[in-house]
Design a protein around this ligand. Structure first.
Ligand code: SF4
Length: 329
């Protein structure tokens, strides 16, 4: 069943443009993208590496690395504009209202500190709890994310946990301050397939239980199909297609989404070879005019090589492709 999207979004991104000034000119890494995430909703953002999905996540949590900069657009969290806040203020929001989970748990965990110390410190940074209360909360969190024997393991160091268990600890860290939004960037990519499934199930449960919204960034359409309520497919810094995940998975419209869907293995269907999209995504300095996908698209026409397609509604989804352009049809 489709989860109903509440009317007022928790996160709203409007006309976001991210640029990298270079000596040879300005490169546009994210080009005029807009989307919302509702409370309790998981929005999957999928695309190849370099599509702009991680940069979008970094911009939301205020971790865009210079010289990258937001050149245009607005990001609002629960009605408050957050893209133009001073560093200290966005740092407070990150952690308190927005949690982050990255691909490699070791980038979020300090190898020199026990898990209890890291959790207690993070909890006390955001919540007015004494040592005993913070430790009790840390234990609760480890329990909640499914660390067996949390009472004994809480004083262990990160290297004493397996990859999957470490990622659970990172999720516990992200949840310390009961954030309203979690940005999860490739949270399962470094894990075995069976552990991936467990982490996805955990994220979905937490999202459901706490009403936390999740922006799930991944290159893996299979993960999106499992986890997300809605999906935004990104290509060369733009949204190619966005809509409810069942609709996009069942009836992909954009030729690029078709290609991504063809690369998911389906249990029970024997295929000799998974389909692959020929070629690769253009580098930022080589994005062609018109539709950025046109050099790889089997449906491309002359118009696609000169005119940029805008997102337009087709059934429950929005698609940026001239094939669906009623005016041009
Ligand atoms: Fe292909 Fe043209 Fe659609 Fe782009 S606009 S995806 S090139 S058909």
């Amino acid at each position: 069943m489709l989860k109903k999207v509440e009317t007022s979004p928790l996160l709203s991104v409007r006309n976001l443009r991210i640029e990298f000034p270079t000596r040879r000119g300005t490169l546009v890494a994210v080009d005029d993208i807009s989307f919302d995430i509702a409370p309790g909703e998981i929005l999957g953002v999928v695309g190849e590496s370099g599509a702009g999905k991680s940069l979008t996540g970094a911009a939301i949590i205020g971790l865009l690395e210079p010289p990258g900069r937001i050149a245009q657009g607005e990001i609002t969290l629960e009605g408050q504009r957050i893209d133009n806040l001073p560093y200290e203020e966005i740092r407070r929001i990150r952690g308190r209202r927005i949690g982050a989970i990255f691909q490699d748990p070791l980038t979020s965990l300090n190898p020199l500190y026990s898990v209890s110390r890291q959790l207690v410190e993070t909890i006390q940074t955001h919540l007015p709890l004494n040592d005993k209360e913070a430790r009790a909360r840390a234990l609760e969190l480890l329990d909640e994310v499914g660390i067996p024997g949390a009472g004994e393991r809480i004083d262990h160091y990160p290297h004493q946990f397996s990859g999957g268990m470490r990622q659970r600890v990172v999720i516990a860290l992200a949840l310390c301050a009961e954030p309203r939004l979690i940005i999860a960037d490739e949270p399962t990519t470094a894990l075995d397939v069976s552990i991936q499934a467990q982490i996805i199930t955990l994220l979905k449960r937490l999202c459901h239980d706490h009403g936390t919204a999740v922006m799930l960034v991944t290159h893996d359409m299979g993960v999106i199909a499992e986890a997300a309520d809605r999906v935004a497919v990104m290509y060369s810094g733009r949204i190619a297609e966005i809509g409810p995940v069942q609709e996009v998975v069942r009836a992909a419209k954009h030729p690029y989404t078709h290609g991504l869907m063809g690369s998911i293995p389906h249990i029970g269907h024997h295929v000799d070879q998974l389909t692959q999209i020929e070629g690769s995504m253009p580098r930022l300095q080589e994005i062609p005019p018109g539709c950025p996908f046109n050099p790889r698209c089997e449906e491309a026409t002359d118009r696609c090589r000169v005119e940029r397609p805008n997102l337009q509604s087709v059934n429950a989804t929005e698609v940026a492709c001239h094939l669906f352009d009623k005016a041009g049809a």
